[in-house]
Design a protein around this ligand. Structure first.
Ligand SMILES: [Zn+2]
Length: 322
């Protein structure tokens, strides 16, 4: 284990030197810089018979299960236009009705397409805290997505708050077309309400909020990083071969454990930095998580540090719920 306390004493002393010596790293971690993303087209793969995973590296992912009795969709994308594209993708595979939608968490990039599926006649299912967060944070989520809408020429007024029809507390089992689907909640990970969708026979788990392969997640909603890593370790212990994250590609058990380790390391690093009296700017400048610079979203590290600093110093998430 790295001794963060020892590193910090040296880093604080040499902070200006570090900044001067690594201008490109600072720019990459500034949070305001361009998105240095891999240009990967939207990929739709059948990960088990009738179970499809849509992976969109630059945005957010989805899954859908096609059965004789209809279709179940997990997450609805970032704008109704994107949701319409998803419906078109599903229609290339089946003309069965879209009966169920699961919203895994209350971030706009995973549920702003709800209205399109509502129009299709689907029943929307979410954890009660996800439903609560959709109501509480709708304006915040809209604000967070304005740049995206502008960039793509999408009208923000098209996004209508479309709440779940059904909410649950701990589990919501479904059978659709003879296929077993376990929708469940084991505590807050990235967000209160983080929902998993388990396909036991297929050994597939959709893990929308808490897990994203090789990706820095936004920690501004989590009430507890330890709780989050615990959730990841629990799902890593499940009978699952394929972990489908809300971002990033298909993951393995090891990928889930890697994220748990990275978050635990982030937690330890931040706690040690705060304990030595470093300000949030000192921590940003010290670039102490630079070893993770190749992980997707690292360019937003200053925002992540700022959010987590807020949680550690106030005891409340930057974006609290309730
Ligand atoms: Zn997301």
């Amino acid at each position: 284990m790295t001794s963060y306390a020892a590193i910090f004493r040296a880093l604080v002393a040499a902070a200006t030197l570090v900044v001067a010596a690594m201008p490109t790293v600072r720019a990459a971690a500034s949070g305001a810089g361009e998105i240095l993303e891999k240009d990967i087209p939207i990929l739709v793969r059948e990960v088990a018979p009738g179970l499809y995973y849509q992976y969109h590296h630059q945005e957010s992912n989805n899954a859908f299960l096609v059965t004789d009795e209809g279709v179940l969709v997990i997450d609805t994308r970032q704008h109704p236009k994107r949701a319409e594209e998803l419906v078109a993708t599903i229609r290339k595979i089946t003309d069965k009705p879209i009966r169920w939608v699961v919203n895994t968490h209350a971030h706009g990039d995973h549920y702003f397409g709800n209205s399109v599926f509502k129009r299709e006649g689907a029943t929307i299912i979410a954890h009660r805290d996800t439903a609560g967060m959709m109501k509480a944070n709708f304006e915040l989520e809209m604000k967070r997505r304005m740049g995206y809408f502008k960039q793509r020429g999408y009208d923000s007024a098209d996004v209508k708050l479309t709440l779940p029809d059904v909410t649950f507390d701990s589990r919501y089992p479904l059978t659709i077309g003879g296929r077993q689907v376990e929708i469940f909640y084991i505590g807050a990970g990235q967000n209160p309400g983080d929902t998993f969708v388990y396909f036991p026979k297929e050994r597939v788990l959709y893990a929308g909020g808490p897990f994203s392969k090789e990706s820095w997640p936004n920690p501004s909603f989590t009430p507890s990083m330890q709780g989050w890593t615990e959730v990841l370790r629990k799902i890593a212990a499940m009978d699952v071969d394929q972990y489908l994250g809300g971002h990033g590609d298909i993951g393995t058990r090891q990928d889930v454990l890697n994220e748990a380790r990275m978050l635990a390391d982030f937690d330890a690093g931040m706690r040690a930095a705060v304990a030595t009296g470093m300000s949030r700017d000192d921590i940003v400048k010290a670039a102490i998580f630079e070893k993770y610079k190749d992980v997707r979203n690292y360019y937003r590290m200053n925002l992540f540090i700022s959010s987590y600093y807020h949680l550690l110093t106030t005891g409340k998430p930057e974006n609290p719920y309730p």
